[in-house]
Design a protein around this ligand. Sequence first.
Ligand code: UD1
Length: 348
Amino acid sequence: MSELLITGGSGFIGSHTCLVLLEAGHRLIVIDNYSNSSPRALERVAELAGVANKECLKIFVGDVRNSEALDLAFRSAEDRIDGVIHFAGLKAAGESFKKPLEYWDVNLGGTRCLLDAMVRHSCRTIVFSSTATLYGHSAQLPITENAEVRPINPYGNSKAAVEMLLADIASHEAGWRIACLRYFNPVGAHSSGEIGEDPKGTPDNLFPFISQVAVGRRDQLSVFGGDWPTPDGSCIRDYIHVMDLAEGHNAALDVLQREKPQLLTLNLGSGVGYSVLEVVREFEKVTGKKIPYIIRARRLGDAPCTVADPTKATKCLGWQTRRSLSDICRDGWSWQKKYPFGYDPPQK
Ligand code: UD1
């Protein structure tokens, strides 16, 4: 049992990971400014995990760029935090072109502030929420961790900068245990349908868009490009069930705590790619819902195909994805059907 600090724990990936960690018996302190999430998510996590005891899940509303808020969180555990999982950050690639300074401030500035606080409070174990966006348009398929890091947007640049910072710390300061987890496309929801992805405004990503079409919030899906060099002309991605991803964090933390100090950089993906049209067909099959779509022009910045080679994660963590595309569709739909407007439906 460990005492863990989770930044951004009420977000999509954070909330599912909190559930897995609580079920594994850890005690959590979450710091979140709710900039892109709802307090409801952690209320549901607490219910699902059956933690009536407030000692198991403490929540601080605060920003990771605020040293005092971080100090408060560390002190609440009497400076006995065993490790940090750092989710808090901005993650919309398209938006990052409009707000580059904000992306660097929150993603790099926030991490620097967090690392300072960790040093002040003698904690040197961190799992960092990184992204496959780092690889840009990789020529390699499937993509291994050795592929060139060549981001194509400010969001990816800011995540790459954090990875560089962490690598510098790991090589020049003793005692750090660091895992950079490069996520492919996290989707789906907990099988209860009680927690899931709840994007604000029009979803940028494929799965939430499809689910909102299915539930009647949107008329049709736009498929961005039907002329890509892929078998059916639509782009191929490696979709990973958010619960598999959450379990990957637990596994990474276990390994960091068990083994000698090290820097682990790992792809978290399934190793299998599906095209947009294959996803639409699978979603229709699993849910019985028709997803009307129209093929439109390619979206700027998209790559035709990204698929992970997750061999290193399997080797280092003894972890691999267990859930299929059909599980992803079923669980994602169960959340969307139960909560068509997410955690905070508009008041009538
Ligand atoms: C995007 C982000 C990435 C982020 C990831 C989270 C970009 C360039 N990348 O990846 O930084 O980590 O989400 O999951 O934004 N599509 C449609 N119609 C839609 C939406 C998407 O056809 O309405 C297609 C896209 O063209 C793409 C595929 O679906 O081929 C997946 O798109 P998306 O879910 O946005 O993920 P990525 O672009 O791979």
